[in-house]
Design a protein around this ligand. Structure first.
Ligand SMILES: *Cc1c(COP(=O)(O)O)cnc(C)c1O
Length: 408
């Protein structure tokens, strides 16, 4: 008899985006004339920059020649890309190219990293959050069945609440691993170097590992906000960092990301020996993964060139201009809002007592605007709402006009 992995039964139903689609469909069938504005988009919308196109085309042409054809590549990434990342993204931070692992995106890495930790690892996760941190641990028996609030009692939650400007405070129980994501999805909040240093020092003092998701680092526009956790002294001994070309360079469909596991990040074996997680991750990846395509890695390499950097910046500036305008609009309306300055996400605290889905329905019915209910990112998100800067300039401005006459 083939039995299922029962931990999958502990997963909460992930119905957020299908529920949004269903409600929008009903709305459109009743109101076919008024134009719908989608500000819930969590995907990039602008085409590849010229530097990427050129690099991809060149790599495709190479594959069409006898000399240039390549089959299986190195599982951990081509040296040209690992070295480009080390040089342009981690210069002066002590990160070696062979501590950088190229993959087909941050989602897989974030989902897979938990495998190199013992099953009884106490996982601590900031919340509301990108669902992969929680679900990948629930799938590997670390969560237990969800309670009535939708929380898995064996995980430690770090709620991001309005009284702390939507940043979490240190946990009251010492965990083994801490997931942090800054700039944050969904709240758009960031941590300054000093704020992040509190977490790094805590991890050092308590022998914890931090899994730092830096998928939105290229959206940081203010000085003093670290793009990498390794800018914080001591982080190289406690932190693993994931990055992605998805939001930075429009790779959501092309697929490429990187994860840094420094040799100095150690875990304890059953016999008490200290073992570098880097070696476990290398073993895991070479066993279960055959590497990101050569063509894609050449496209990613172009993002690190001076032209690539300049062209990507222009695209991100356009998304950020939208996010900035949205944030300003909500501030002008007198609402408490965070994000939008160093991240494409704007997180609005709805007036007291307003529930996320009720607001979703009213905003759709009365203003024909689609956003994302905060509760979809976890119970702490109830009473909040996410808007994104990934729409067009025209849609963003039109939405702001409509919001001015909307009764919150
Ligand atoms: C979009 C996103 C990622 C990127 O995932 P990819 O698999 O590289 O596309 C990672 N983390 C967060 C928080 C995200 O929002």
């Amino acid at each position: 008899m083939a039995k299922i992995n029962p931990s999958y039964l502990n997963l909460s139903k992930n119905y957020l985006f299908s529920e949004i689609t269903a409600r929008v469909k009903v709305h459109l069938s009743k109101n076919p004339s008024k134009r719908l504005i989608r500000l819930g988009i969590g995907d990039v919308t602008k085409p590849f920059i010229p530097a990427i196109i050129t690099a991809l085309q060149k790599a495709v042409a190479e594959q069409g020649t006898k000399e240039g054809f390549r089959g299986y590549g190195p599982e951990l990434g081509y040296d040209f890309l690992r070295e480009a990342i080390a040089k342009t993204e981690y210069d002066g931070m002590g990160i070696q190219a062979d501590e950088i692992f190229v993959s087909d995106g941050a989602k897989c890495d974030i989902g897979n990293l938990q495998e190199i930790f013992s099953l009884d690892t106490k996982m601590c996760i900031s919340e509301p959050s990108y669902p992969v941190y929680i679900d990948s641990n629930v799938m590997s028996y670390r969560g237990g069945p969800a309670n009535t609030k939708g929380c898995h009692p064996e995980l430690i939650y770090l709620p991001s609440l309005p009284e702390n400007n939507f940043l979490p405070v240190l946990p009251s129980v010492v965990p083994d691993v801490i997931y942090l994501c800054y700039p944050n999805n969904p709240t758009g909040t960031v941590m300054t170097k000093d704020q992040l240093a509190v977490w790094v020092n805590y991890a050092k003092a308590n022998d914890c590992v931090i899994i730092f998701d830096a998928a939105y680092e290229s959206f940081i526009r203010e000085p003093g906000i670290p793009h990498s956790i390794y800018e914080v002294p001591g982080a190289i001994d406690v932190a693993i960092e994931c990055r992605s070309y998805s939001k930075t360079a429009g790779f959501t469909g092309l697929r490429c990301g990187s994860t840094v596991v420094p040799r100095s990040v150690m875990g304890t074996a059953p016999n008490g020996e200290r073992v570098p997680f880097r070696d476990l991750w290398a073993r895991r990846q070479t066993t279960k993964y055959n590497g990101c395509p050569y063509i894609v890695q050449r496209g990613a390499e172009a993002v690190h060139t001076p032209e690539g950097k300049a062209q990507t910046r222009v695209v991100i500036d356009e998304y950020m201009a939208n996010a900035n305008k949205l944030r300003q609009a909500f501030e002008d309306l007198g609402l408490f809002v965070v994000g939008g300055k160093n991240a494409p996400y704007v997180w609005v605290k709805l007036p007291d007592g307003t529930r996320s889905w009720d607001f979703f329905d009213r905003l759709l019915a009365e203003a024909c605007i689609v956003g994302t209910p905060g509760v979809g990112f976890g119970p702490t998100g109830e009473g909040c709402f996410r808007f994104t800067g990934f729409g067009t300039v025209e849609d963003t401005e039109e939405a702001i006009e409509r919001l001015k006459s909307f009764k919150f």
